[in-house]
Ligand binder design. Structure first.
Ligand code: 5GP
Length: 185
């Protein structure tokens, strides 16, 4: 599937790549200011956060390291299973470290609230969340998201790291797919 055929499946571009780039730059500046003098550990949630993480880290003017976790939330469909499982844990010991979780989108918040609870038990010096997108109307768990890119409506979005059934992650914009593409929405 090439870029043209992927864009053919798109009903609407919700956030163009240039706007995302600007927002990620702002977030990087805020993070740099807030953690000035410290060393950061960025924890990306696989696989959707990979794109925003790679852009964001180049806008953070501090020493920082990366680690990743993989957590099951959704299958290949578009609705939450409510099942949260750690599929891949961190390689790093986070005790005494400043940890910033990087997420692509927070929907119900169930996945991240579970993760935050579990990581807090490992005694990090600090633990905050940065998410590119949030769907506030869908929230079921209370979460403090210190760094947020954009609020989006209750639509299933793809692109800039976000997938549908594994595809569309490399679209440069955040897009809404045509209804007929999402078979089980
Ligand atoms: P939550 O536990 O907050 O309901 O689920 C968060 C996860 O659900 C995200 O990391 C993402 O994998 C997936 N998700 C939620 N909404 C969307 C969406 O609109 N598009 C895509 N591609 N994934 C979503």
């Amino acid at each position: 599937m090439n870029m043209d055929s992927m864009m053919g499946d798109v009903a609407e571009v919700l956030i163009p790549g240039a706007e995302i780039e600007e927002k990620v730059r702002d977030l990087g500046e805020r993070i740099t200011k807030d953690y000035w003098g410290e060393k950061l550990l960025l924890v990306g949630i696989l696989r959707g956060a990979v794109v925003v993480m790679s852009d964001l880290m180049r806008n953070i003017n501090l020493p920082c390291e990366l680690d990743f976790m993989d957590i099951s939330s959704y299958g290949s469909g578009t609705s939450s299973s409510g099942v949260v499982r750690i599929l891949k844990d961190l390689e790093e010991n986070i005790s005494g470290r400043h940890v910033l979780i990087i997420e692509d989108i927070i929907d119900t918040g169930l996945t991240l609230s579970y993760l935050v609870r579990s990581l807090k038990q490992r005694d990090p010096a600090s633990l905050e969340i940065c998410s590119l997108l949030s769907k506030p109307s869908r929230r079921r768990a209370r979460l403090d998201v210190k760094y947020l890119g954009f609020e989006v409506p209750d639509e299933f979005v793809v692109g800039y790291g976000l997938d549908y059934a594994g595809s569309y992650r490399n679209l440069p914009d955040i897009c809404i797919l045509k209804k007929e593409i999402i078979s089980d929405a």
